[in-house]
Design a protein. Sequence first.
Length: 201
Amino acid sequence: MNEQIVYRTDELENAIDYLEQATNFFESVENPHRFKWLMISLHGALYGFGVCAIKGSRSYHNVIKDINMKSKKVKAKKAELESLLSEFDFDLNSMLTLNVSELISIWTVLDRCKSEEYMQRFVHSEVLQTTSQQDHAIEKLITYRNQLAHFKPSAYGITGDYEKDIIMPVVEVIKFLALECNNIMYYSDESKMRVEKALHI
């Protein structure tokens, strides 16, 4: 059976896409749902570039939660993988970890971005340092994103200058992670230019 791939992405392309979507909604000042989509897409970009900054060469070990290899869920998945892939030579534990693991929280990602242990990958690597204004903006962003992505039946409204109070401080952190921490390897000049263009807007 020859199935055509209908969607392809990876962790870096995912982060870039979130950032570009944030740019689209930032420019859509007349869109009545602008705030919601800015919070969701900026959250995705912050999370995504944070993951890319700390993941290192082991691809996923720095960004997943520890799993209990003796749990029923893991044992069931192990049996399934063994039966599906029995004729292939592969690392079962790595395959299993990828299939059942969960991504660490955005808060853990950001904490690790502030840690030399996770960020000092190259001689020119830089560790994230945030201001109190940026910390407050990130906290508000995550709160709003969670409320909007998991919306309870209710009437909802916000007041204030969210561009100044949330968007700009968060964009500064994204810019550092995407371009200044020196841990993200771009596949091409075009990918990096997409990030630079979105951040400039």
